[in-house]
Each structure stands twice: as C-alpha cells, then as structure tokens.
Unconditional design. Structure first.
Length: 314
C-alpha cells in the first residue's frame, strides 16, 4: 500500500519512477500498426533488441519522430490536510476532495549544469518549433502499487485489444481504424490512467516547485501557486497528438542536422549539453541512439520515437 510519511498526512506511492517507465515501455512496445508501417519504440543505445549492433537495420527506417518522457511517481494529501498543496489549491478554487496528487521537480545534481525541468522544456520548445515531437512529465494516477499492478494487468493488457469499437479492422496484434487511419489511444484504458504534463516554462529554481492535480489528472496547479487549466492531458491524448498529422519526420538524410539543432545553443540560453559536437558515424541513427542514452544517463529523460519502416521490413 501507499506509504504514509511519518508525522504527516502525506502519502507517497510505494513504487518507483523506474517501475512507471517499465510499465509504459511494456505497453507501448506491444502496440504495432502494420498497415501504417510504424511502431513506438524506446530510442537509445541501451535498447538494442530491435536495432542492436546491426547498423544495417537503419537502412529499413524511412524516418522517425522523437518524443521525450520523464516518468514521475505521485504523492498525495487528503482534503483536510494543512499542507501548502491543499491550501494553494483551495485558494485558487481548485478541487481537493478526497485528495490531491502531486510530484516535486528535481534538484540539480552535482554533475548537472542545468535543471532536469529546463532540459525537458528546451527539448519541447525546439521540437515544437520544428513540428517534430514533444516532451512531457508522465505520472500515474495511483498511489498503491497493488492497484497499479492490477490495473495494468486487468484493464491494460487483458482489454487492450478491445479498445476500438467503430468499424474495427484487425491486423496481426493491433486493431486499427482502417477508414480514418487514426489510432484511438483513448480506448487503451491504461493510457488514460496517466497524466501527462508538458513543462510550461523555464524556471530559475525548479526544485522549489511542484505540480499538483486531481485523481483524474485535471485541475493542474503549479506551486508558485498558479492554475494551469490547459496544462495537463491523459497520456492517451499526448500520444494521439504526437502521432496525428504524420507528415513531418526525420530522415536518414537530415538526421544529423536536426540532432545538432536540437542540442546546440539557440539564443534563448545555453545548449542542452555543454560540449556539443557535430554527430559522427556512418549511420546517423547511431548518433540519435547515443543522444538518447546520454539524456537517460545524465537527466533520466527517456527518448522514444515513432519509427516509420519501409516496405521491406519483415
């Protein structure tokens, strides 16, 4: 069950951020869209089950669109708590019953020259400018590990193949709407049980702040405090926006150029990494995998990608 902080009404989730990352990765890699020829994949050097050391597999990729997620675990306070989370929300007229959930932003570690929040914000701003992807925090709407696990197995995996109801067309392990060629992520129950919060602004000291929300992931508050009514969405909506309008993509021809633009200084602050260098290597996919590994290792930000495969993929 959720852990109660000693001498406080605060409840902390009894699972880790890594458990959240594993659950989301397991679900996303179950989903494939064979008639559309794309998949959602972890995209870093540590993920070698699909690209691996065989760089020739990069030749089968027609293009990709990166997106970034930083997984959080929630904490909560009941409505009758005197905590600043509850008092801030009540002062703004936001819902607090029966409890409000929240997560803090990370401190800057010794080997960091920039806050994790600001790195995520830079990634999002630059990707949106290029119309190529997005970046956000992802947090479950559960505090209890057993409830989270049960929901994953019962609501997520045993029912995920029945999320489509309007003129379904079943192919292999996926159900797609062949008419509209859109994926209805909202019909996958587990994806609706995670709130997604894109970083709303660059902050001078993010570690002093928190995001809070209801158990439905609504009424987002940033604890300054300020109300961000349009600042959160279910993970299903986040993925739908990323995969919608799939015209723009990174190709093997422009991958190195776009990666360099994503990393470098842009006039609004320093580059994302201090000693940025032009990508090297014969296969530009390898540079992107190394970039994903760097972000995971240094800032615990997971790089994913929508991979567009050519017709020769087995």
């Amino acid at each position: 069950m959720a852990r109660t902080k000693k001498g406080s009404l605060r409840l902390d989730a009894d699972f880790t951020e890594d458990a959240v990352a594993l659950a989301i990765e397991a679900l996303l890699t179950l989903i494939s869209f064979p008639s559309l020829r794309y998949t959602l994949e972890p995209f870093s050097r540590s993920q070698e089950r699909w690209l691996g050391a065989d760089a020739k597999l990069g030749d089968r990729i027609r293009g990709f669109r990166p997106f970034y997620m930083q997984f959080k675990r929630p904490s909560g306070f009941p409505d009758y708590s005197s905590s600043s989370i509850i008092s801030d929300r009540k002062s703004l007229g936001l819902e607090t019953f029966p409890r409000a959930l929240f997560f803090p932003l990370r401190q800057k570690r010794q080997h960091h020259y920039e806050y994790q929040h600001n790195i995520l914000h830079k990634l999002r701003r630059r990707l949106k400018r290029m119309e190529l992807g997005d970046a956000a925090y992802v947090c479950p709407l559960f505090l209890d590990r057993s409830a989270y696990r049960t929901h994953i197995h019962l609501a997520g995996f045993s029912r995920w193949t029945r999320f489509w109801r309007h003129h379904p067309w079943e192919l292999e392990d996926a159900i797609i709407n062949h008419g509209s060629r859109q994926i209805r992520f909202e019909r996958i129950p587990m994806l609706t049980e995670h709130v997604t919060i894109p970083p709303h602004a660059k902050l001078a000291n993010p570690s002093q702040h928190k995001y809070s929300f209801t158990e439905r992931g609504t009424d987002l508050c940033f604890h300054s405090p300020s109300h961000l009514p349009d600042g959160s969405m279910p993970l299903a909506t986040f993925l739908k926006k990323i995969t919608g309008g799939l015209g723009n993509k990174i190709t093997l021809e422009n991958a190195d150029e776009i990666l360099f633009k994503l990393q470098q200084q842009d006039g609004e602050g320093p580059e994302i990494i201090q000693d940025v260098q032009e990508p090297r290597g014969e296969n530009p996919i390898e540079s992107w995998l190394d970039w994903g590994s760097f972000l995971k290792r240094k800032y615990d930000i997971d790089q994913y990608a929508i991979i567009f495969w050519d017709d020769t993929r087995p």
